[in-house]
Design a protein around this ligand. Structure first.
Ligand SMILES: [Zn+2]
Length: 436
């Protein structure tokens, strides 16, 4: 199928520099202009033709382990691929992110980041061998975020091979530390080192119609319960760290949280004790709390921390002592935020999905992704899907099926071109942010 759409009804695009966010009509016209452009059409066709190679790349990336804080080998592979695609200056920054600048014609701005994350949730030693059965591919991390990385490479390949020149700069990034304890360290460093970023896109997720424009905030804690410990028989009467923690968990499990804004909690891991016949001297648990609203997150946090302290008081009271204590450590802090629906980045994404799928509407929601940091800094950001379908994320049985997978990089390409502008054809919809 070609990409020529009817643009008869569209008023010819007049292209002055946008003083304000472009109107919805202008955004519509920009999308149709791009889809009707021969060079862009060729790039879209090339992306589709690249589908099988891109899937092989996705599998290859998956089989390079990238545990939290140990993304280096995968980063080096990604760097090598970027260099092969023509980015002679691609490099790995001080935090471990792979960055490559694709210069536009306007001298640097607006600057759009296009990224996917290198790390997985899986620790060292997990078997990352890709297995296939009946067209379904199974491997830890095959979707999250190997798909994003493969989609990113496919899109950049099509742009470079077709000499597509943008007006604004596009900074292509493979980030580290997106998952769990990585605490978004990659993007935190990126925004610290680059103060001229005007927009941020993360390809993280499958399909293309679900778009993240809200960042789910999260607070994560490790709670370490400590007591004297002793023999279960001889020293019976001492408080137990495990019992205290059990009391805390029982209380936490009864908490009520709103479904809108979605607010959640779980005690994710527990450990402790030394043997079956010892009163536990130490027990620890990790707690995850999330919300699309900072206010609700803080409310939940206050309640939950109160319950933990109360559990310790009760364990001490039970044995008439004060020897049980709890140490509460914040181990994860991701801000909540929202990008308004009328923001050009949301508008562009919406139109790209509509244009590529020929009529499907994007749905918008919240999640915790690399976009959190941009959103918390007030920088327009979205997290978009890389195409295909899958499930069992963050589990060893993660699966992926490449259904219409090419639509991921295709939709991302249109989004990028709407935001960054196609030289000589369309203006960037992304505004240059003013220095504060
Ligand atoms: Zn991810």
């Amino acid at each position: 199928m070609g990409w020529k759409l009817s643009i008869a009804a569209i008023v010819l695009l007049v292209t002055p520099a946008f003083a304000q966010a472009p109107s919805p009509q202008t955004m519509d016209a920009t999308m149709l202009t791009l889809l009707g452009n021969a060079k862009v059409g060729k790039a879209l066709d090339d992306i589709k033709a690249d589908d099988a190679r891109s899937l092989e790349e996705q599998k290859r990336i998956t089989e390079i382990p990238a545990p939290p804080f140990k993304e280096k080998v995968r980063a080096e592979y990604f760097l090598k691929r970027m260099q092969e695609l023509g980015f002679k200056d691609a490099s790995i920054d001080s935090e471990g992110n792979v960055t490559a600048l694709r210069k536009g014609t306007a001298g640097g701005r607006p600057k759009l980041v296009l990224s996917a994350h290198l790390d997985t949730v899986f620790p060292e030693g997990v078997d990352v061998t890709v297995k296939e059965k009946d067209g379904v591919i199974i491997a830890p991390g095959i979707g999250d975020d190997s798909r994003g990385l493969a989609a990113l490479l496919s899109l950049v390949k099509a742009m470079n091979e077709n000499a597509i020149t943008t007006v604004g700069d596009v900074l292509v990034v493979g980030t580290v530390g997106e998952e769990e304890l990585g605490n978004l360290r990659g993007v935190k460093a990126l925004f610290r080192d680059h103060t001229d970023i005007d927009g941020f896109i993360s390809i993280d997720g499958l399909g293309i119609s679900r778009v993240v424009n809200q960042s789910t905030g999260s607070h994560r804690y490790e709670m370490i319960f400590k007591g004297p410990g002793g023999h279960s028989f001889q020293e019976f009467g001492l408080p137990s760290a495990i019992h205290a923690m059990g009391r805390a968990i029982a209380k936490i499990s009864e908490l009520q949280t709103p479904s809108d804004p979605k607010t959640t909690f779980t005690v994710g891991t527990v450990s402790g004790g030394t043997s079956v016949n010892a009163i536990a001297a130490e027990a620890r648990m990790a707690v995850d709390m999330r919300s699309n609203s900072t206010e609700e997150l803080l409310k939940l946090e206050e309640k939950l921390l109160g319950l933990v302290k109360q559990a310790v008081v009760e364990e001490n009271a039970r044995w008439n002592t004060d020897k049980m204590t709890v140490e509460i450590k914040l181990i994860g802090d991701r801000p909540a935020g929202i990008v308004e629906m009328d923001s050009p980045i949301v508008q562009a994404t919406q139109r790209a999905v509509f244009g590529i799928t020929r009529g499907k509407r994007a749905t918008f929601g919240g999640a915790s992704t690399d976009s959190n940091i941009a959103m918390s800094l007030g920088i327009p950001a979205v997290t978009i899907g890389g195409g295909g379908e899958g499930g069992n994320w963050h589990s060893r049985n993660e699966w992926y099926k490449p259904t219409d997978a090419w639509m991921g990089p295709q939709s991302a390409l249109i989004t990028v071109l709407m935001l960054s502008g196609l030289d000589g054809v369309t203006k960037p919809a992304l505004a240059v942010r003013q220095a504060k």
